[in-house]
Design a protein around this ligand. Structure first.
Ligand code: ATP
Ligand code: MG
Length: 150
């Protein structure tokens, strides 16, 4: 089982609504390891690079405006097959369609304001992590609890 790293953003409404802790708790309880974490206010340049794949779509411009409208939390999570595990925890893009039990299915009703971003492939994860974190901001360390989850 490959140990992977994935980029997670707790989008602006997650901070505004005061549910940052609840969302992070879910990742911690699942056994995912936080290896990097920061609060930042994305500027247009970073937003355009992060969402480059969506340029030209009808939701692109509102998406860039929204993601740059207020600060957010960026983190890198590590674990066995973390990319797919975190995508499953996030649920469907449209919160209204997301299954109960998923983050979007439990906390949202919007498609745009859907609580979290999660990398969708190893290529995306590598690219996105490098957009938000320098290598010295990502920490290698032993998490003793992980021994009890295998
Ligand atoms: N139809 C839409 N209307 C409004 N906003 C949308 C729509 N589709 C996507 N978005 C916004 O753009 C983001 C990126 O879309 P994408 O298709 O990559 O979804 P995702 O991979 O489920 O979400 P993310 O990339 O944020 O993890 C979505 O998370 C959402 O905020
Ligand atoms: Mg995506």
């Amino acid at each position: 089982m490959p140990v992977e790293r994935t980029l997670v953003l707790l989008k602006p409404e997650t901070l505004q609504r005061g549910i940052v802790g609840e969302v992070i708790s879910r990742f911690e309880r699942r056994g995912l390891k936080i290896v990097a974490l920061k609060m930042l206010w994305m500027d247009r340049d970073l937003a355009e690079r992060h969402y480059a794949a969506h340029r030209g779509k009808d939701f692109y411009e509102p998406l860039i405006e929204y993601i740059t409208s207020s600060p957010l939390i960026a983190m890198v999570l590590e674990g066995d097959e973390a990319i797919e595990v975190v995508r499953k925890m996030a649920g469907s893009t449209d919160c209204r369609e997301a299954e109960p039990g998923t983050i979007r299915g439990d906390f949202g009703l919007s498609t745009q304001k859907n609580i979290v971003h999660a990398s969708d492939s190893s290529e995306s994860a590598e690219r996105e992590i490098a957009l938000f974190f320098s290598p010295d901001e990502i920490h290698d360390y032993d998490l003793s609890v992980s021994r009890w989850l295998k």
